[in-house]
Design a protein around this ligand. Structure first.
Ligand code: PCD
Length: 772
């Protein structure tokens, strides 16, 4: 624990020996390709399969009508507010929507044939903006009983109290802040292999962040009894939220394997990944902050319009339709606040998914961290001082926020001070003043965010009704090695290493000899999977407590070996010893052997335990990020000169892994801030369907990351750990944008929506200069 142990999984990955879904090859396996709609909104007048079926090697073509006959035309989305068409029936609702599936002996034949499926479309006018959609002039989803494009309303806090406080405030700032539609584009796209064995049992290899939830969902959708389904998530090349939802292709592959009685593989193309899988953000947030002239905040109001596309793909807990957006009060003491959100359907690909974001925390953090800077600019106050004035103080935890969360622990001021010192803030401000005097645009951007991760306590959190606990199972072998299983599933995070470290610490064993296995529903205990930075807060806690259960059992065996009463045995320095007689001790390795060879009378043989953990609260990691940029006013180019991230995720299991998590998340945050968006034109065309348009930063574009940490343990987690995987993506976009706005402040620019492309920055500068 606390050591930068090298990742146990890496030899496999670094030598090209990972085992991914696309590595699966089964005898007789067919390949599936999907036919996509070129139109965002159209009636389907007919589908002619003949030309496709004539392609050599093609075995079958299925359409939505075929699925209707099998009652498989719709699949539930994970928070239960909506369902999604598997293959379009009657009409298509977004460009690239799945219309038919082709099965063939080779991938090439399947794709060639997919192009020959002749679909007769009658194009309809698309509704692309949620602000048009809300007028309900055209109802997009005629399958729904409520004839409206409005999906849901959510609100939290004190509406009247907030308005009254804003009316009384000496200063009020307000800004519409857009969090663009974006997408993680993991290295490995989504895919699956479906096989029914001789006993009719479904074996389903799939790129899933939540294999157990998939098993239950597949059973509920298809009617196949759950014991006849085995879901296996092998190695996964990045998930980032993209691999939480169940996609139409999965259902089609299972149907294909069932009707053709042979295994079916489907691996989506990069363009399919960028056009059809669940998308994140697309939040239009009206942020209003009230304050006194001295900068003390008095109230926060946020009104959001969310564009969820044609189907609401959100996997949010059912009690939280807008996810954890309520963390929008951030790290600050707002005496009163009100947040409300309305979500709408449009003719875009399904939205509402979380990308490196614990259910809308990224949007919320971006809104408040941008908002605080807009307030600082209005008050001509230093943004660090404004934050300091309003931080929840260290001695106020557990802190009840105005929107109903109980923050577990934190030291916001201490973390910010560490960041300010480490980056040399005062010196940077001096340099900026000199540059400004010379007409140069340098900016410093701060983001002091609070996250909420570790979903979650069963009283509030579920997916499809299943409570969001997690689980751990530990078996120690006679020789003092063992196997560890959890209900989570690493997609690159390094669980094979960190889970072994937790158990090794609790049991005094060698982490190199504790094998970690996740992702096979036949062997792993039921768990809700890995997303929302929940694995460490939930499964990590389950592991520590399961290990303590093993230790309790081992204590009895130790007592037998030491010829003492179990009550007189204590656990000191990773071994059992007789109280007051340190020379009389046994190691866990010795106890393990005895557990199978000589457990002692009345002691149950064997050494294992399993445990389900229902967390009492979420964990609230925080951080202080600072970006330093230079903006070229001639070209709009932004150069990120420095970026410092101080993260506080409580007790750290593996500092090297945490640093890697932070580097990865910052690089994604950088991409979101400066280059990435899934935009749609007015005709509803997806304008970033490939990597020519959807840009992925490499080490060439990415800044050199400086990192550091503070440690404020979570008081309710057995080892004090909080999540960290999402923090860098949650905290960094605001730091980048704040830095650019700080650079352009002398021009009177207050806000530009991400991504801050050269063109947008250049136009803002030009417009500001023209207005001056
Ligand atoms: N850790 C440590 N310590 C602490 C914390 C943590 O060490 N304190 C570590 C662990 O153990 C792991 C990691 O670190 O290994 C992480 O963790 P977390 O935070 O708990 O988390 P998870 O749950 O595991 O995971 C999840 C996340 C998310 S959420 C995302 S997006 C992303 C991240 O993770 N993704 C990914 N990261 C990553 N990485 C990689 N490589 N890949 C991927 O995919 Mo979502 O909701 O899904 O949107």
């Amino acid at each position: 624990m606390g050591k930068g142990m090298k990742r146990k999984e890496d030899p496999r990955f670094l030598t090209g020996n990972g085992n991914y879904v696309d590595d699966m090859r089964l005898p007789g396996m067919l390949y599936m390709a999907i036919v996509h709609s070129p139109y965002p909104h159209a009636n389907i007048k007919g589908i002619d399969k003949a030309a496709a079926l004539a392609v050599p090697g093609v075995k079958a073509v299925i359409t939505g009508e075929d699925l209707v006959a099998a009652s498989l035309a719709w699949l539930p989305t994970f928070h239960g507010f909506d369902k999604q068409m598997v293959l379009a029936v009657g009409k298509v609702l977004f460009q690239h929507q799945e219309v038919a599936a082709v099965f063939a002996e080779t991938r090439e034949a399947a794709r060639d044939a997919a192009e020959l499926v002749d679909v007769d479309y009658e194009p309809l006018d698309p509704v692309i903006s949620p602000f048009d959609s809300m007028k309900d002039e055209v109802i997009l989803r005629d399958d729904r009983e409520d004839k409206t494009n409005h999906i849901y309303h959510w609100d939290s806090g004190d509406r009247d109290g907030t308005q009254a406080a804003l009316d009384d405030s000496e200063v009020v700032v307000t800004e519409r802040i857009y969090a663009p539609r974006c997408h993680p584009a993991p290295l490995e796209p989504c895919g699956c292999v479906a096989q029914f064995d001789a006993m009719g049992r479904l074996h389903f290899w799939v790129t899933s962040q939540a294999p157990h939830v998939y098993r239950t969902a597949i059973s509920l959708v298809t009617g196949i009894p759950e014991d006849k389904i085995r879901v296996i998530s092998p190695d996964i090349g990045g998930g980032f939220g993209n691999k939480v939802p169940v996609y139409p292709g999965y259902v089609c592959a299972i149907v294909g394997a069932l009707i053709l009685k042979t295994p079916v593989k489907w691996i989506e193309t990069r363009t399919e990944n960028l056009t059809t899988t669940g998308f994140a953000r697309d939040y239009h947030m009206d942020v209003t902050i009230g304050a006194k002239k001295d900068g003390t905040v008095t109230a926060l109001k946020v009104k959001t319009v969310a564009d969820h596309g044609a189907f609401d793909a959100a996997a949010d807990p059912s009690k939280y339709p807008a996810g954890m957006f309520g963390v929008v009060t951030g790290s600050y003491q707002f005496p009163v606040a009100f947040a409300e959100l309305d979500a709408y359907f449009t003719n875009k690909a399904p939205g509402g998914v979380a990308y490196r974001c614990s259910f809308r925390v990224t949007e919320a953090s971006y809104a408040i961290e941008r908002g605080m800077d807009i307030l600082a600019q209005k008050l001509t106050m230093d943004p660090a001082e404004l934050r300091r004035k309003n931080f929840v103080r260290k001695d106020q935890f557990p802190y009840d926020s105005a929107l109903g969360f109980t923050y577990d622990s934190g030291d916001y001021e201490g973390t910010m001070d560490k960041a300010l010192n480490q980056i040399g803030y005062a010196e940077l401000r001096r340099e900026q003043a000199e540059k400004r005097a010379r007409g140069e645009y340098m900016g410093i951007g701060i983001s002091t965010f609070t996250e909420v991760v570790g979903a979650g306590p069963s009283k509030h959190f579920d997916i499809l009704g299943i409570k969001m606990f997690d689980s751990a199972e530990i078996r120690i072998h006679p020789t003092g090695t063992g196997i560890i299983r959890t209900g989570t599933k690493s997609q690159g995070q390094g669980h094979e290493t960190t889970w072994a470290q937790i158990v090794a610490e609790e049991l005094g064993l060698d982490p190199q000899n504790l094998l970690v296995e996740e992702g096979d529903t036949d062997t792993a205990p039921y768990g809700l999977g890995t997303y929302a930075s929940r694995s460490t807060p939930v499964a990590g806690a389950a592991l520590a407590l399961a290990a303590r259960r093993v230790r309790e059992k081992a204590r009895k065996v130790a007592a037998h070996l030491l010829e003492a009463a179990a009550e007189d045995i204590e656990w000191v320095d990773h071994k059992f010893q007789v109280m007051g007689a340190p020379s009389r001790s046994v190691t866990m390795k010795e106890v393990a052997f005895a557990a199978y060879t000589n457990p002692g009378e009345g002691n149950e043989p064997g050494l294992e335990a399993s445990l389900y953990y229902d967390p009492p609260n979420m964990t609230f990691p925080h951080g202080a990020y600072i970006a330093v940029v230079d903006v070229d006013a001639e070209t709009g180019e932004v150069k990120v000169r420095r970026f410092l991230a101080i993260d506080d995720c409580g007790t750290v299991i593996n500092p090297m892994i945490v640093e890697g998590q932070v580097h990865g998340g910052l690089t994604e945050g950088f991409a979101i801030a400066f280059m990435q968006e899934i935009p749609y034109d007015e005709q509803g065309n997806n304008m970033a369907p490939n990597f020519m348009e959807y840009l992925i930063p490499t080490s060439v574009e990415a800044p050199v990351w400086e990192t550091g940490s503070t440690v404020t343990p979570s008081p309710h987690h057995p080892i004090g750990a909080k999540g960290v995987g999402e923090s860098p993506n949650v905290g960094s976009p605001a730091a980048f944008v704040n830095a650019v706005m700080d650079a352009l402040a002398p021009l009177g620019v207050t806000h530009i929506d991400m991504p801050l492309t050269r063109e947008k920055v250049w136009r803002a500068i030009r417009d500001a200069q023209a207005a001056a």
